[in-house]
Design a protein around this ligand. Structure first.
Ligand code: BES
Ligand code: MN
Ligand code: MN
Length: 454
């Protein structure tokens, strides 16, 4: 049977198999899911074997195991390194899911469940594309090395050590990743840029212990007030990040790139609908697209302290906390930015409080040229799966590994995203469009096939 016909004939099987993986709650951030993580790793290993990969191994790491397999049976043909992750974000708040997070369900042409889009569904697209190639032609058309990690959602803690220790083994002509989204439904997209990410935690301490706010209030520092004031000063009135030096090395958008980005079929109305806020805001002087993809940001991810329970409790808390992140763009240096942010916070804080500033993780931005002939193969493959010509986009999210690979191995990185911007990644009711899932399997299978002629 021909490749595309075979893939069509397996739709039901593929979907049912993906549901099996989605039922395993492989949440990397929560210790109680340790055995689920291991189960998911074993599941991936089994499917790699089914796709014809050899030397399949589950390697333990500092936190969660990494699954590796390879098929090197196409002498003289290119070698592709495929990367993805089988771990998922926590499903909480559970009550906001229409159907349970780990009981996959199909509604309105979408498959719902934690990990459907980020990233189990997209990993599965590749597994089934490889298996289909193998089952229709007896072997894989190119050499493939597959690395699926279980720590992506907690910052890929061990990944880079693994890469360093296996440098020779992981050598490839291209890196392929499906862990991003399309610009919009029906618009197949290839991502050539991602923002970097630094994550920080700030703790402010005033009084040595919580105090009665009547007995002490008025004469002592309140850490929550001070935290709020400090945070409010991290942006100016034009929504620029008010950290001296923050924009020093930010690359200017070239005229050509600005033109290319502004001609993308992107709809502001659709974006506003997805956001659902009364109005939008952002850095003055830039379009929404530029704010999302080519400008750096500073965001508050969480802020807490004091009494947040039921009813009233009069208290001046001893501490207040904030989780802060910065999204970075070329040519900002994550280490330098971390220092600048801390310096500014230290400068803003009054002498009445102590503070602890922790850098939880750093990650470099990535932008690359897409002139390598492999991108023509990708365009052709996506056209087969989706009937439309692909566009080249940047994205605001972060995959630190892509930058590391690009810097170290200097290979083209092909990011074929099959998610959608409103697929609720990291949120309740995460889903993947079945059209993208099935179209993805076809596209990826044709892509690997095409790479044999690169
Ligand atoms: N798949 C996402 C990255 C992503 C999302 C890229 C949207 C492009 C568009 C990945 O799983 C993720 O969530 N990354 C985190 C950072 C990571 C270090 C925890 C992110 O971007 O916040
Ligand atoms: Mn992901
Ligand atoms: Mn994610």
């Amino acid at each position: 049977m021909d490749l595309l016909g075979y893939i069509d004939s397996k739709r039901e099987d593929h979907l049912n198999e993906l549901k099996e993986l989605l039922r395993i709650p492989s949440v990397s951030a929560q210790a109680q899911h340790k055995s689920d993580i291991e189960k998911a790793a074993r599941w991936i290993a089994e499917k790699l074997r089914a796709a014809g990969l050899q030397k399949v191994a589950i390697t333990p790491t500092k936190i969660h195991p990494l699954v590796y397999g390879e098929s090197l049976e196409a002498p003289g043909k290119p070698t592709v390194l495929l990367y993805g992750h089988y771990d998922v974000q926590p499903a909480e708040p559970l009550e906001l899911w229409t159907s349970p997070a780990f009981e996959p369900a199909v509604r309105n042409g979408n498959l719902y469940g934690r990990g459907t889009a980020d990233d189990k569904g997209q990993v599965h697209i590749h597994l089934k594309a490889l298996e289909s190639l193998r089952n229709t032609s007896g072997k894989l058309p190119v050499n493939v090395k597959v690395m699926i990690e279980g720590e992506e959602e907690v910052g890929s803690v061990s990944l880079w050590d693994f890469v360093q220790q296996n440098r020779e083994r992981l050598k490839a002509d291209a890196l392929v990743v499906s862990d991003t989204a399309m610009l919009a439904k029906g618009v197949p997209s290839i991502t050539y840029g991602l923002r970097g990410l630094n994550y920080y935690e700030l703790e402010i301490t005033g009084p040595a212990q919580d105090l009665h706010s009547g007995v002490f209030g008025g004469a002592v520092p309140n850490p929550i007030t001070i935290l709020a004031e400090t945070i409010a000063k991290l942006h100016d009135d034009n929504f620029r990040v008010a950290v001296p030096g923050f924009y020093d090395n930010v690359a200017k958008l070239s005229r050509e790139e600005r033109k290319a980005l502004s001609s993308l079929p992107w709809k502001e109305k659709e974006f506003r609908r997805m956001v659902g806020a009364p109005d939008l805001c952002g850095e003055k002087g830039f379009t929404i697209g530029e704010r999302l993809w080519v400008r750096p940001t500073l965001e508050l991810n969480g802020i807490w302290g004091g009494y947040t329970g039921e009813g009233a409790k009069t208290v001046i808390p001893s501490t207040a906390h904030a989780k802060i992140s910065t999204r970075l763009v070329p040519n900002q240096d994550p280490a330098r930015i971390a220092k600048l942010v801390e310096k500014q916070i230290r400068k803003l804080l009054p002498k009445t409080v102590k503070h602890k500033f922790e850098v939880l993780s750093t990650g470099k931005p990535w932008v690359a040229s897409y002139s390598h002939p492999i991108f023509q193969k990708a365009i052709h493959a996506l056209e087969t799966g989706f009937g439309k010509k692909a566009v080249f986009i940047r994205e605001g999210g972060s995959i630190p590994f892509v930058t590391q690979m690009h810097d170290t191995f200097k290979v083209p990185c092909v990011l074929l995203g099959f998610g959608l911007p409103d697929e609720n990644a990291h949120a309740p009711d995460e889903h993947i469009s079945l059209e993208n899932y099935f179209g993805g399997i076809k596209s990826v299978a044709v892509f690997y096939e095409q790479l044999a002629t690169l």
